[in-house]
Design a protein around this ligand. Structure first.
Ligand SMILES: Cc1cc2nc3c(=O)[nH]c(=O)nc-3n(C[C@H](O)[C@H](O)[C@H](O)COP(=O)(O)OP(=O)(O)OC[C@H]3O[C@@H](n4cnc5c(N)ncnc54)[C@H](O)[C@@H]3O)c2cc1C
Length: 498
């Protein structure tokens, strides 16, 4: 085999999954038909859970250097913002950063980690058999064939990989479109944002850089136009005037595009040796800024599982858990964007509903419910049925401040930069080091510490196993009658083949 894994598509999701694999020493290549990362701003928001995950890989300083933290999100452009500042995390904000910048950052990291990136290389076919996968691609030197043990289709909404695997893309076609432009608005006060929905339509304006603004318009008179119909600057300008009454001197478009509410989901996220992630697995109205975020979370869910399989320590059920865990999360994403589409479309009919929703969002609990959804803080996985029951099992690993045996303090996400399992022993049992077979579990980082600061649920934890993607595999309570036996049984279930 040429590679452990071939990743098809070098958008944010392909770059992330390839990096996760390389981090775990898997030989991985990425095939991308474009010469360079996207020049377009596309996804502008990196939401709190994605920021946490990127923090677990040590990327926060570079992200903060390039992006702008904003402590709020929105749902369907309702006038009451979602308050992310109340989230229990240091990443309690959305980072405003153009996808063009995010992709550059992800590509730089992928290269440093050793991903073999082949650009201007278009995949033409993919076939699989019992032992591996064969990909045919056309690059600068003509057509060639590559083989690997596994492949990941991160090749976007039109995914060739998905089509060639024969995986159905179930859902509905677009019923309306909106327009966007990255433009100069010389008559808009610097840094100002606009969000307004009326009977005529909706408009949202946010700064992308110092001089460029993202303008999104839903103009009732132009929402039936097909997505592929190009947008002109004049069209955007007239729609701004119709919907908002001002065009702020709009000029110099860097990007004009139309997007729709087609909503589809791959029937299954894998077929034998090939996996789908990101837009290849689901498309929807880009409302609330979630598509790239969910795709990056899928990449991180899949990467360590494939690496575990290739590195020889994956339990039998691990690869199947990718679909089992992520399919329902993306179903929830699709339903959430469909609800937003209803609040955006047919504005004359829904204006009263928008007002009602906006007032309900002033109730902190209602606001927190939607903030949890858009930030993805509500995502958790089914608790391990064989582990002693614990409220933390399957939950998001929120950052702890640990006091190490030396007395120094450590933020727990730092332990996850290498993408390994982390076994946190918090009960100060002096025998702990000897009772775990560290030679067998070389891929698990063991840490003995006490908790200096933590959210709820950690008060009485004896030991917890943290997955490489930042979820809690299991936690053993100190009241457990034989905690060390439970720890070893948990390690055997999660960290050994069979
Ligand atoms: C207007 C707009 C605004 C958005 N705003 C947000 C936002 O704020 N937040 C958010 O999270 N998401 C947002 N999104 C969604 C986000 O842009 C996508 O979800 C994200 O790009 C998906 O990443 P991906 O890597 O799965 O797919 P893509 O970014 O589509 O990447 C797929 C890559 O595969 C390559 N490829 C395809 N076929 C082949 C082939 N046969 N061979 C080789 N290479 C191939 C393509 O060239 C492409 O580079 C927005 C989208 C739009 C359109």
């Amino acid at each position: 085999m040429n590679y452990g894994v071939i990743v098809v598509g070098g958008g944010p999701v392909g770059l992330m999954v390839a990096s996760e694999l390389a981090l775990a020493n898997v030989k991985v290549c990425l095939l991308e038909r474009l010469q360079e990362t996207t020049p377009y701003s596309r996804a502008l928001t990196i939401h709190p859970r994605t920021l946490e995950i990127l923090d677990m890989r040590g990327m926060t300083p570079e992200l903060l250097e390039r992006g702008r933290p904003i402590p709020r999100g929105h749902f369907a452009g309702l006038p009451t913002p979602l308050d992310f500042s109340i989230l229990d995390s240091a990443s309690n904000y959305t980072l405003f950063l153009a996808q063009s910048e995010t992709e550059k950052l992800l590509e730089e990291r992928a290269k440093v980690l050793g991903v073999a990136i082949f650009r201007e290389t278009e995949v033409k076919s993919i076939r699989q058999h019992d032992e591996g996968v064969e990909v045919t691609a056309i690059g600068a030197e003509g057509e060639y064939r590559l083989t690997a043990e596994y492949a990941v289709g991160a090749d976007g909404g039109g995914s060739l990989v998905r089509k060639q695997l024969g995986i159905a893309f179930l859902g509905t076609d677009a019923t309306f479109t909106g327009m966007l432009g990255d433009v100069k608005l010389p008559d808009l006060e610097p840094g100002k944002t606009v969000s307004q929905f009326t009977e005529q339509g909706g408009i949202m304006i946010v700064p992308v850089t110092e001089h460029i603004y993202r303008v999104i318009v839903f103009d009732n008179e132009r929402m039936a136009i097909a997505k592929d119909e190009p947008v002109t600057l004049d069209e955007l300008k007239s729609s701004m005037l119709r919907v908002y009454g001002q065009d702020f001197g709009i000029r110099e478009a860097q990007w004009l595009s139309r997007f729709g509410n087609a909503t589809r989901q791959a029937e299954h996220f894998s077929k034998n040796r090939v996996f789908l992630a990101g837009d290849a697995a689901h498309i929807h109205l880009p409302a609330g800024g979630q598509g790239m975020n969910v795709g990056l979370q899928e990449a991180v869910n899949l990467g360590w599982k494939l690496a575990a399989k290739l590195n020889g320590w994956a339990p039998d059920w691990l690869l199947d858990s990718y679909h089992e865990e992520r399919y329902p999360v993306s179903t929830a994403l699709l339903r959430n964007t469909e609800a937003q589409a209803l609040l955006i479309r047919q504005l004359p009919g829904v204006m009263e509903l928008r007002k009602l929703m906006a007032s309900l969002l002033q109730i902190p609990e209602a606001n927190a419910l939607l903030s949890d959804q858009i930030s993805a803080f509500n995502v958790g996985y089914a608790p391990d049925p064989h582990s002693p029951s614990h409220a933390l099992n399957g939950r998001r690993f929120s950052e702890l401040t640990l006091r190490l045996e030396s007395g120094s303090l450590l933020k727990s996400y730092k332990l996850m930069h290498a993408g390994s399992y982390v076994l946190l022993h918090l009960a100060g049992d002096s025998q702990f080091g000897e009772l775990v077979d560290w030679e067998k579990y070389g891929h698990v980082e063991g840490v003995q510490a006490s908790i200096a600061e933590a959210g709820t649920g950690w008060e009485n934890v004896h030991t917890a196993l943290i997955r490489p993607d930042g979820y809690i595999a299991w936690a053993i309570d100190r009241t457990e009658t034989a905690p060390l036996e439970a720890v070893n049984a948990g390690l055997a279930r999660w960290c050994e083949p069979g």
